[in-house]
Design a protein around this ligand. Sequence first.
Ligand SMILES: [Zn+2]
Length: 273
Amino acid sequence: VPELPEVETVRRDLANEFAGQRVKRAEVSGRRSVRRHGHEQEFIERLEGRRIDGVGRRGKYLVVALDNGDVLVVHLGMSGQLLRAGAADPLPKHAHVVITFSGGAQLRFVDPRTFGQLFVTSGETVELAHLGPDPLVALRSPDDLAGLLGRRRSRLKPLLMDQRFLAGIGNIYSDEVLFSAGLRHDRTAETLSGEEVARLYRSLIATLHEAIACRGSSLADEQYRDLFGRIGSYQALHRVYDREGRPCPTCRAAIVRVKANGRSTFYCERCQV
Ligand SMILES: [Zn+2]
């Protein structure tokens, strides 16, 4: 599932490739990908003729500014890919939405599992309104994180993954951040010392920046691709995620995996307290 670093990589690519370009044609072959609209024609009409003024991001959502003040919101879901292609390039399977720009290039939304979606809106939507702050925008110091954590009794991993608390972090980066901070997934926020909050802050920011520099993580299924169809490289630097039984990079103890609510958590029992 694409998280903040993967979505940020796609955002930068989109801005470089399509900012200033005008939508010539939009085609929808997968209803479900535009399910927020009553009819796919509504999505098409709100997009055709519009110019891309800029590309932003809120957590895992791409927010594309259009020249009439509307925004095109894209959520990649589990398996969604936004791919740049030439109009003559063969159309891949599961290309549910195809946007052709005045310059001739196409932006294709490919999504085998169809959890992702695109919609055009004129204002704040429920999804965006409920999002917490973006860690790379809103957290400037350990004090900012301490303020957010407050006296919360939630366990750290579910809290980091709660999009209303912080937007953009999921299963991979919560495990990597907590390992790097030396904190267990099931510690509760209220038990953290000031020094531990500072470590969590530094790990959070450093891990996200490092993953963006590597253009994100592509797992064994290789479903995450950047705008040009290339995989990311941060998976080679994962220290605990999907590494059950392999040695901890710090102490060589075997990485442990526990399952809760259908999700796996990976951590080192010696290094994380
Ligand atoms: Zn260890």
